[in-house]
Design a binder for this molecule. Sequence first.
Ligand SMILES: N[C@@H](CCC(=O)N[C@@H](CS)C(=O)NCC(=O)O)C(=O)O
Length: 204
Amino acid sequence: MTQPTLTLYGTPTSGHTHRVEALLVLLELPYVYIEAPAKVRATETFRKLNPLGQIPVLVDQERVFCDSGAIMIYLVQKYAPDSGWLPTEPAEAAQVYRWLFIAAGELRYGPAQARGIRQLGWAGEHVTASEIATRLLRFMEQHLAGRSFLALDHPTLADLACYGYIAHAPEGGISLEAYPNIRGWLKNVEALPNFKLMPDLPIP
Ligand SMILES: N[C@@H](CCC(=O)N[C@@H](CS)C(=O)NCC(=O)O)C(=O)O
């Protein structure tokens, strides 16, 4: 297969960007990275790529892909369909999709929101985000009992989608101290060969 020409727009502190970048690295797909902080996202040029003004955005040749979950699914289906990151068997795939939707729901409005409020100037109530985070973390803790990875017995997009904002939850004042299964799962993800870490922000 010819090497793809992929361009990723993102920022280093964005967990949404991180999950896509981690996948690109794990799949050994070469890419160009363009940093797109708020100033860049407000430009007409960027809004042509994503009218929502959000990162990540992936451009593959002339085609533009938005939304981290959609981008990850696209990358696996196009470049690594047999890799196991997104199984084709429907019941297995559903287990992975479940976590992609949790990543866009409870994870985004819980741990990610709390970190955004504390670190990045996002608007919102920390107490509300904290409640959503606690509910999610309690569920994940019991779900991960006896499991190494979130969706299946091997790593999938589910793990990449959830890793960043869980690993960096303490930066938003959400402690992982009470969740040993979650901390074990984070180590399993970090131990994947070639796994790209997300840079730390100071813990408040
Ligand atoms: N559903 C989107 C959400 C992405 C998202 O919220 N990105 C944030 C940065 S982490 C962003 O671009 N926020 C700017 C904005 O919403 O105006 C995805 O999964 O890619």
